[in-house]
Design a protein around this ligand. Structure first.
Ligand code: B3K
Ligand code: ZN
Length: 876
């Protein structure tokens, strides 16, 4: 494909006023009639033709104001339809008829079939697979949709907006009409038809309107949708209370489908979800599943205002809706659960997913300026870093001014398709602040590195903190300007109390936020009674890498006393990372691994501290992952050494903390019936962390096998199975548990996904053969994205030692899988291929094998635009 540049943006020549769609649904031959009313935009040349987008369309009719258009006046290519000779000023109607085959649409973009249900996915450019259309987000129109289908197999006919009516057609078919009064871009169009079960409820808005809520699932699975319904009602209420946003239609629907390329889609009034993020019951869903459902239900609902009412002018502005909406769903979850625990989870995720992206060949700005395939830009940078940038605006402005800026945004831009500049201007206008330098966060890729060092002058009672920032070069951006970095900090004294400086100079300060705006800055604090320990980047106020020379003892002081719980976790994590990096070096050179005493005592103290909530203690106990360690090391990585070093540290902690972990496993045992609430989930998490530690210390599988037998919910059951499989892969107990689990849940696809994923993540070179064997299992299904992700994706993304086998077989296997998946589902193939994004930081033998595998993909006879974009950027 060709490269699209932001600077080339210009509005369409024609304004679309109305859209009238009629679908005659058929699995093999669906007929779509699209009636589009346009007028020429003022000032546009009368000779300018109308150019519409298309993708793999079969057109059988084309009319202008109901009269067939002469073949000399239009031309259709693979991806456009151009019509000449259109009226100069008067509105006109173009009617396009196309034939589609939903059944054979394996790309899952446009109209497709999943489990006998017709469904659509149009973001970003799927609508053009339904009909010729100005398929771009700045074309907003009002839609009427008529659906005709077989009554027996598709009793349910749904589209956006409000239901107008329907009737029996007397020939075994029926029809329904929907009207969406809110002008919307085509990417928010949706249609669903089929035979589904429903869960119904209502929500009364702040202004007293009753909204019908419906969640559609496979027949028989209705009970599994009740948690999602509860999450939806809480989201609706929260958005009214916190952002002042009320829902705007009479009905809000969610449909769960089992074949879906991503998590969910925010189509106006008719969200379509991967069923993984709707269905949950204690027997089959883990606490993590419940938390994800709550977050994603909220995220898609929140899009109704941030995305749908106010949308993106072009796809470069994707973070306008995604970064902001992730920020909103993070805040929602923080309010529903524990704020500190939520923040730890967010930062863990950001560091393990976004930081590597930002440090590798796929790095791009939060607001990119060019792309070849837009589907490849639904990235963790656009989403999660985009959210962090929004969070920094809130930090810079403070709660009240941030709220004023948001209100202004909703007020000023409702009904429009806008840009990041429009968004930022609302906060500037509402606050009177200048956010020009801050905006570099949208434009400069790469994770800034802040290096800090402090020195205390006992005589003058001053503490000086030198700060230096550096934004690393990224593809296409070799030099960077200094950024505006809001750094929250505290100075802790020996007794753990916080020093209150008499004066602070050298940087602007608002509350506990230092504004770092220059390349180098020295901040001077006066009136400090004794040598303080600086706790920097509290709450992860900026998404940066921070280097500060700090002893494990100083960090331990922060871990014990910080009032900011996140900072406590951060300090423990820093001690752990230092130790794990050293352990890697030791393991790699065959030396004995030394376990830092401050780490062991810090972890055990945090885990044992009954004043802290269990969920936080569980997070504190979780050591940085192998990929966290690889990222910290940065180059010449040997995943086997990282694994070996980490295992020995784990063993050290497990041995030293045995008594504590035994007590915790006991204390945190559940009593009473299962509840998915955050407090109960936190107790399960701490208990399972303690159990994991105990199992690491075990010589045999008995304890893990016993936990497997005793489990009465999926959180405990899957953890026990993971412990068995990962710690004792070849034990008879493991084989038995895997077989029992498979047999018990053979009918539940979402649980079987877990069964595949647990086996795909067994550490070690032998897992590749296991994965290959699993691909031949009758339960494996290469056409179902969830299943492919659970086996192939999980292996590549989450099994550092297995995937990065020293002989390169893991990469060759992945290359074959990518080439196999690509022809049927390019988006899925491209996404899984990004698992190789950090290949350049591997040691040279592995990096060589990785390069060869990528080169093999790049050289394949025919590649989708999706995969070739990713592979080319990775090899550049
Ligand atoms: N907006 C969708 C993602 C669409 C992805 C298209 N490849 C889900 C979301 O972010 O809410
Ligand atoms: Zn989103």
């Amino acid at each position: 494909g060709q490269t699209i540049h932001l600077e080339d943006y210009r509005p369409t020549d024609f304004v679309l006023e109305r859209v009238d769609l009629t679908f005659e649904l058929d699995p093999k031959e669906t007929k779509v009639e699209a009636r589009l009313i346009f007028h020429r935009r003022e000032g546009v040349s009368p000779a300018a033709p109308l150019v519409l987008d298309g993708d793999e369309l079969r057109m059988t009719g084309l009319l202008l104001d109901q009269v067939e258009i002469s073949p000399t006046l239009f031309e259709a290519t693979d991806d456009t339809l151009t019509i000449h000779g259109l009226p100069e000023t008067a509105p006109f109607e173009v009617t396009v008829t196309t034939l589609l085959s939903p059944e054979t649409n394996t790309k899952l973009m446009g109209l497709y079939r999943t489990n006998n249900v017709y469904c659509t996915q149009c973001e970003a450019e799927g609508f053009r697979r339904i009909t010729y259309f100005p398929d771009r987000p700045d074309v907003l129109a009002v839609y009427t949709v008529n659906i005709i289908a077989d009554k027996a197999t598709a009793p349910l006919l749904l589209s956006n907006g409000n239901y107008l009516g329907g009737a029996d057609m007397g020939d075994g078919r029926h029809f329904a009409a929907w009207f969406d009064p809110h002008p919307k871009p085509s990417y928010l169009f949706a249609l669903v038809a089929g035979d589904l079960g429903v869960v119904e409820d209502t929500f009364t808005t702040a202004s007293g309107r009753t909204v019908a809520l419906r969640i559609y699932v496979e027949h028989g699975k209705e009970a599994g949708a009740s948690y999602a319904m509860d999450a939806l009602k809480r989201s609706m209420k929260w958005d009214e209370e916190v952002f002042g946003r009320e829902y705007d239609l009479d009905i809000f629907m969610i449909v769960a489908v089992s074949d879906f390329n991503m998590g969910a889609m925010e189509n106006k009034g008719l969200n379509v979800f991967n069923d993984k993020y709707v269905l949950a019951d204690p027997e089959t869903a883990t606490d993590a599943d419940y938390a994800n459902i709550e977050a994603i239900i909220a995220h898609e609902y929140f899009h109704n205002w941030t995305g749908n009412r106010i949308t993106c002018r072009d796809w470069f502005q994707l973070c306008l809706k995604e970064g902001l909406t992730v920020y909103r769903d993070h805040e929602f979850s923080a309010d529903m659960r524990s704020r500190a625990v939520k923040r730890v989870a967010e930062v863990r995720h950001l560091k393990s997913e976004q930081f590597p992206e930002d440090a590798g060949p796929l790095a791009h700005p939060v607001r990119p300026t060019k792309y070849r395939e837009i589907n490849n830009f639904y990235t963790t940078t656009v989403y999660e870093k985009g959210s962090e940038v929004t969070r920094m605006i809130a930090t810079l402005l403070g709660r009240d001014l941030f709220k004023r800026g948001m209100d202004l945004y909703f007020d000023r831009h409702d009904g429009q398709a806008v840009t990041i500049e429009d968004f930022v201007a609302c906060f500037e206008d509402a606050s009177g602040r200048n956010l020009k330098q801050f905006s570099l966060w949208y434009h400069q890729a790469g994770t800034p590195l802040v290096t800090a060092s402090g020195s205390y002058d006992a005589e003058k009672r001053t503490f000086s903190l030198s700060l230096e920032q550096m934004v690393p070069p990224t593809p296409g951006q070799s030099t960077k300007e200094p950024m505006h970095i809001p750094l929250r900090l505290g100075l802790l004294l020996e007794d753990g109390s916080e020093a209150k400086a008499a004066t602070v100079s050298g940087a602007d300060l608002t509350e506990d936020v230092i504004h770092l705006t220059k390349r180098k800055q020295t901040v001077l604090f006066t009136g400090i009674p004794s040598r303080p320990v600086p706790s920097l980047n509290r709450g992860f106020s900026a998404p940066i890498n921070l280097h500060i020379e700090q002893s494990a003892e100083d960090r331990a002081l922060i871990a014990r006393h910080e009032i900011d719980l996140f900072a406590r976790w951060q300090a423990l994590n820093a001690i752990a990372l230092d130790n794990l990096v050293a352990a890697t070096t030791q393991a790699r050179s065959g030396l004995p691994v030394t376990c830092d005493g401050a780490l062991v005592s810090g972890l055990i103290a945090a885990a044992a501290d009954d004043r802290l909530e269990p969920a936080f203690r569980s997070q504190a106990l979780a050591l940085p992952s192998e990929s966290d360690i690889a990222r910290e090391i940065g180059s010449d990585n040997d995943p086997d050494a990282i694994h070996a070093g980490r295992q020995q540290i784990l063993a050290g902690v497990a041995a030293a903390g045995r008594d504590t972990f035994t007590r915790l496993a006991d204390d945190m045992a559940s009593s009473g019936p299962f509840s998915p609430d955050a407090t109960s989930a936190g107790r399960r998490a701490l208990r399972n962390s303690a159990l994991s530690q105990l199992v690491y210390g075990d010589k045999g599988p008995e304890r893990a096998a016993e936990a497997f037998r005793a489990a009465n919910n999926m959180t405990d059951l899957s953890l026990a199975l993971t412990l068995l499989a990962h710690r004792f892969p070849d034990a008879k107990e493991t084989a038995e548990a895997l077989a029992a689990f498979k047999q018990r849940f053979a009918d539940n696809a979402l649980v079987i996904d877990k069964w595949f994923a647990i086996q795909a993540t067994i550490p070690g070179a032998g897992t590749l053969d296991r994965v290959k064997t699993l691909m031949a299992d009758p339960l494996f299904n290469g056409n179902n994205p969830n299943r492919v992700r659970s086996l192939v994706g999980t292996f590549a993304f989450s099994n550092p030692t297995g995937f990065n086998r020293a002989d390169g077989e893991g990469y060759r296997f992945l290359a074959r899988q990518i080439l196999d998946i690509d022809p049927r589902n390019p988006q899925l193939a491209a996404r899984i291929l990004t698992s190789m994004r950090s290949w350049r930081s591997l040691e040279e033998v592995r990096a060589g094998h990785a390069r060869n595998a990528l080169t093999e993909i790049a050289g394949a006879a025919s590649l989708s635009a999706d995969v070739s974009d990713i592979v080319d950027r990775m090899l550049e």
